[in-house]
Design a protein around this ligand. Sequence first.
Ligand SMILES: Cc1ncc(COP(=O)(O)O)c(C=O)c1O
Length: 449
Amino acid sequence: MRPFPYPATMVDRVLDWTRGRILGGPDPTHGAQDRATLDPLLGGSITPSGIGAERAFALFTDRIVPATRPFGHPTSLSFVASAPSQAALSFDAALGAAGIFAGNWDGGAGAIHAENQALRWLSDLAGWDGQAGGVFVAGGTLGNLSALHAARTWKERRTASPPAGRRAILCSTDAHSSIRAVARVMDVDVIAVPPDPSGGLAAPVARAALTPGVFAIVANAGATNSGAVDDIAGLADLARDHDLWLHLDGAYGLAALADPAMRPIFSGIERAHSFIVDPHKWLFAPYDSCALIYRNAADGANAHGQRAEYLDALDDTHWNPSDYALHLTRRARGLPLWYALATHGTEAYGAAIAATIDTARQIADGIDAMPGVQRILGPQLSVILFRPDAMTDRDMDVWAERHRRSGALLCLPTVWRGQKVFRLCIVNPETRAKDVLAVLRTLSEGQPS
Ligand SMILES: Cc1ncc(COP(=O)(O)O)c(C=O)c1O
């Protein structure tokens, strides 16, 4: 390979330019483009002799990134977006450059120790003692899979004679789609129980639905569609009574633990066996990271450690992150969260979460003041559902598409109890209620365009 002419300012350029992109306001060119458009733009970029660093980098800035959606934009309010801080984003670039192997202690001791400090902060927020521990994995889906595999292993180790029927996970019908995906991979059943009208699963309903094959209860700690939090304390009682594992899916919502005012809604978390929270959702870290934590870290290691002749040479008395989830090689993807926590301090996190919840409340108040627009649910955490009276479902799609394309607002419809509604989920402290409400007021006009 030829020597690589390192563009020393590459990271600075990208960071300045990313920031400009986020703050630069709506840009209709951002977003998906089809393959037929992209092919001529990027065609010929991989050649036998190479096109050189500057030209390849220019393709990245001028062609590749504009064909992606800036989910970090303050008006990107669908799905669960992402709002990485400048500290976390810039550190992620440094982390990539450091090329650290963080699958085991031998390769990444310092980085792993720092990641574990970030996991410690989360464990403290949950009220878990020094036995707790886990690992950062790529996302909530992998976190849920790894936790539920640990749950089944835990149950098998303490069950003398397994039940005759199939194993099952009990959860709300509003559990995230990843729970069903996990159950498919694990070849277990899902017992999905209807939640209450605001989307929270009540323990008595769950108790009535229990079957002998259930090994784990999954509680929503912030349902994606509604922001609802299940009755965690009641489900912890149920888990205790039937010797079941309680896993909290807090991929989105458990970030709110950082706000002391929100802590009571997660009461009972101290008795759960595992939880996940995605720093790339509401903890201001870049993609991709999910903190997976076991109250008793040994339960994770019992389920996940890999063995091989060439690995057995490693000293396994140390903390090896590969022992706590379904993975082996990994980057220290928890370090951007650690760096931003170290930079800004933990109180800044509480303040930033509280700010987004306050913005959601302001938007909800603004919706209430709009003639012809009904608030259907929320804010729960930072999710609001609402519906314009005069619009058909088709009008709603057209309205959403118009504002998606212009870049003014990403506010897509969802379905709530059989009815099409608009959904907003605020995770960005830079989202301004007045900007969002200015766009939403066009709904009062009842016109699709
Ligand atoms: C509650 C919940 N659980 C799990 C997931 C899956 O997380 P990921 O997309 O990081 O795999 C999501 C994603 O939005 C979620 O909101």
